[in-house]
Structure formats: C-alpha cells, structure tokens
Design a binder for this molecule. Sequence first.
Ligand code: SAM
Length: 250
Amino acid sequence: MKITSSQLLASEEKFKDEMSSLYYDTTDEKAIITQHLEEHLGKQHFANGIDLGAGPGLISMPLYQRCQNYTLLELLPIYKETLHTKFPNANIAIDNIEDFPLEKNHYDLMLYSHVQYYYPESTWIPTLNKLYDLVAPEGLLIVIFGDTRLIFDLFENETKDICHVYCLQYEKYKQGLEAFNNFDVIPYRTYHTFSNIDEIKKYLQNFFRMEGITELPTFEEKLKILIDKLDYQNQQWTLPIDQYIYFIKK
Ligand SMILES: C[S@@+](CC[C@H](N)C(=O)[O-])C[C@H]1O[C@@H](n2cnc3c(N)ncnc32)[C@H](O)[C@@H]1O
C-alpha cells in the first residue's frame, strides 16, 4: 500500500479536503456512476448490501435505496456524521475493511469503488477473489476503477518502475475481473476540469505522491506537454480519464 491506512488517518482533514477539491468537485464522475448504477440495478431489490470504502457516500444512494439492510464501511471517522445524515437507516461502520467482520456468501450487493489504489498492486486480484467469496449466491459485486495511464505514460521516465508495474496491473486487473465469467462492464470517461495551472500541478503532485513519488525533476517541462494535450475551452482545461464499472454476477 503506497498510502497506508495510518497515513490516511494521520492527515485525515487534509485527505478529506484533497479528495473533495482534487477528485470529487472537479469532475462529473459521481453523477455518471450514479446514472449507470440506477440503469443497471433498475427495479431490483436486495436483502444485504455493503459499500466497502464508502467515503462520503457520493455514489451509495442507488444501492442504499434497493437494500433492506445496507452497511457503509469507511475507514475515516471524519465521514461518519455525513453518512449518518445521508443514510439514516443504514449501518454505518467506521472501521478498516481488513478488521471488520465480513461474512462469507452473505452480501447480495457489494460495492468496491476506487479503493484498490490504497493497497499494493500484488493484492488487487487476491482481494477480488476474497470479495467474491463474501457475495451471496446470485449476488452482485460491483467494482469501479479508473485507468490513469495517460498521465503515467507522459511521466514514464520519472515513474518508470511504478509506471510499468501500474500499467501492467491494469491489464491484469481487468483479466482478473473478467475471469469471473458472468459480468457486464461499462467503460466510461470522466473529465476533470481545472481553471488554472496551479490546480493541474496540485492534482499531479497529489497523484504522484499517492504512488510514492514526491519530486519530479522535469515536472515543469512535462507539465507543459500535458497541458498542450488537454482541451482548453472557456478558460478551463479538461483532463479525460478512462474508468470502468464491472458488474460481476455470482
Ligand atoms: C477514493 S475514495 C472512494 C469513495 C467511494 N467509494 C467512491 O467511489 O466515491 C476511497 C475511500 O476508501 C477508504 N478506504 C481506504 N482504505 C480503507 C480501508 N482499509 N478500510 C475502509 N475504508 C478504506 C478511504 O478512506 C476513502 O474514503
């Protein structure tokens, strides 16, 4: 894990602010996911649902509304109140996924969205298998992740070791997901918008710090290349990111 749970907790306020300003507020991603979840889940109802690494619950509503018992499991206590307010009938658990008692073959609906980045790549596929074991027969496991290769490719020289592993891992991760046979995948693209260069810089610095890189020697030069590649309209730069929702049926 490049950012450990304890590191997250140590700078909880900062993490929350950064998640909001860098990822949640600068993209329409949560609205896109919500629409796909609504469409895919349709009129179905489920007994036991769980959201692993729920954050502030920005995409949890379509699941919450369809489950008789719904648990939102989140590491950071800072989201507790928001989760209680938004999901009054849910079980809000502030705990580590690794410590929380999770029952095998129990969950009819499970969401694991944008969480695997916090763990070492070598654990990504074994974790998928463990999650699948927790899903009830006929249940549904939903895995969501973004593929940020565009950025890694550009900074390849500086991030060679990580980049290589990371990019390969995306392919392996997809293969791992597709090994479950019975799945639907929805690829979608999100657009992060930035109103000034400092915002782009901050986004990238945060991004690379997540991968353990704090300094990029030719950052300014590469930044210019990246900025030239971005769409610029109405005084805003737009960064496209490919994302995937896997619906895995057990
Ligand atoms: C990028 S956010 C995604 C939030 C939400 N799933 C979404 O897609 O909007 C990842 C969340 O996972 C939580 N998280 C990371 N490691 C965790 C762990 N070991 N146990 C519980 N939550 C964890 C983080 O605190 C963070 O809120």
